[in-house]
Design a protein around this ligand. Structure first.
Ligand code: GAL
Length: 462
């Protein structure tokens, strides 16, 4: 049952005579009962959806958002997983709700046969629609749909683990998932225990069907969005999965709401930066523009999620697919493929298994993404076209041709941040070939919407 903000506000100011649970005891929760009252001089503060506590004082003004942070866990995410952006696959972009054990295990087997596992892909993730519409009436547990998962989800997990891969599940920090299946708000402990009993390694936690009083129509009173109602919903699940074995990688599917890049790393390992992807060039450009403004949040254990891959979907050109992959890799976003892997062309498989771009994404010594720069003689564009970043191998330059026609880009080594060189060896990461040694700079010709990925190695310092 969803309670409205005004109902809760009324509750905060209720000062009846009867308070059976004492001056600092429980004064309400779910289900709300007649005992939802406070002693005089106290306020009834929801510390979470199921437990409201009497606290001394009367000064929670009606105009403030109901501040649920009191008593909310501050459990940090596991450091046993999630140092590097996740690499894997997810059912949603490929199949939406039309999922099955068969399709998921087929994807897992493709990880092996297409060389994805060898390239570093490990997560096989189930998205929305895996459960029945109702929880078990007695245990309140979520139940896997027996038509889609005739052997249950634990059997799928076992099979995926036997291939030396990991499995992810999907939940929602509201009353229902986006597709209308049971949400986990108020059921965090039960659902975390269910997923742990299946040996789940990864949780994508969505943000649909949130009761009004669990949303944020303004900044939290202390200005720290970690204490926003949205963050608190994700913190509750973070605490519930904290002791799970295996440890869970935790993705907050919060669509860039509640300034998540300012607090996401205190709660999970990655967080969505915007609404859902589409297999279009417009989407690739728009999420680049959004993400460049927040790249300072990205580091080990801290990843802005640009959403799942669309390679293999829609009508993206091969150049757009190369850019899609390269940008996600150099901005250090999780890369979760989202297509029927068996239908990928050899050229597409080559893109997604590119060893050098994956090495940049998964570098264990440099956690920062490549950052944009604007060479003095070029115009600044939105999104930017030039990026540079460091890996264990040295300095990389990425040039994205966002223009709709072939373009020649002039790269002057002296203008690349961190690279004050007179001559340099230029190496093409796409083809793993050394292109030669160049003095002062290098010209790159790029087809419309294509991306150059270069390693630039000093030959002589200025
Ligand atoms: C959306 C989410 C998608 C997918 C979908 C499932 O909110 O952004 O990635 O998970 O829900 O219903």
């Amino acid at each position: 049952m969803v309670k409205s903000r005004s109902y809760l506000a009324a509750l905060i100011f209720a000062l009846p005579a009867l308070y059976p649970n004492g001056a600092s005891g429980q004064c309400g929760g779910l289900p709300l009962t007649e005992s939802a009252v406070c002693p005089e001089g106290s306020v009834c503060v929801p510390s979470d959806i199921s437990y409201f506590q009497s606290l001394p004082g009367t000064n929670i003004p009606l105009s403030s958002p109901i501040h649920l942070a009191v008593g909310t866990p501050t459990t940090p995410p596991s450091k046993a997983v999630g140092k590097l952006p996740a690499l894997g696959w997810n059912t949603w972009n490929a199949y939406r709700c039309d999922i099955s054990e068969e399709k998921i295990l087929a994807a897992a087997r493709s990880f092996v046969s297409l060389g994805l596992r060898e390239a570093g892909y490990e997560y096989v993730n189930i998205d929305d629609c895996w459960a029945l519409l109702e929880r078990d009436p007695h245990t309140k547990e979520q139940i896997p749909d027996p038509i889609k998962f005739p052997n249950g989800i634990k059997a799928v997990a076992d099979e995926i683990h036997s291939l030396d891969l990991k499995i992810g599940i999907y939940g929602d920090a509201g009353t229902e998932t986006c597709a209308g299946y049971p949400g986990s708000l108020g059921y965090e402990a039960i659902d975390a225990a269910t997923w742990a009993s299946w040996d789940i390694d990864y949780l994508k936690y969505d943000n649909c069907n949130v009761p009004d009083h669990w949303n944020d129509d303004r900044a939290p009173p202390d200005g720290d969005w970690y204490n926003s109602n949205s963050a608190i919903r994700f913190r509750r699940m973070g605490a519930a999965i904290a002791d799970n074995d295996p440890p869970m990688q935790y993705d907050l599917c919060i669509w860039g709401d509640a300034h998540v890049w300012t607090w996401g790393a205190r709660v999970g390992h990655s967080w969505r930066m915007a609404g859902d992807s589409t297999p279009t060039w417009e989407y690739i450009k728009s999420i680049m523009s959004i993400n460049v403004a927040h790249l300072s949040s990205v580091d080990f254990f801290s990843h802005n999620d640009m959403d799942m891959m669309e390679i293999g979907n829609g009508n993206l050109t091969i150049e757009e697919e190369r850019t899609h992959f390269a940008v996600w890799a150099f901005m250090k976003s999780p890369i979760l493929l989202g297509t029927d892997l068996a239908a990928l062309s050899p050229e597409e498989v080559e893109i997604i298994t590119n060893t050098e771009l994956i090495a940049f994404l998964q570098d264990t010594t440099e956690g920062k993404p490549a950052l944009p720069f604007t060479p003095p003689n070029s115009i600044s564009t939105d999104p930017p076209q030039f990026y540079s970043g460091r890996s264990a191998k040295g300095i990389h330059v990425f040039i994205v041709n966002t223009n709709d026609e072939p373009t020649t880009f002039e790269l002057d080594f002296a203008e690349v941040p961190g690279l004050n060189l007179s001559s340099a060896g230029v190496h093409d990461m796409w083809t793993s070939t050394n292109m030669g040694i160049f003095s002062t700079g290098f010209n790159v010709v790029l087809a419309a919407h294509d991306t150059a990925a270069l390693l630039v190695t000093p030959v002589s310092q200025k």
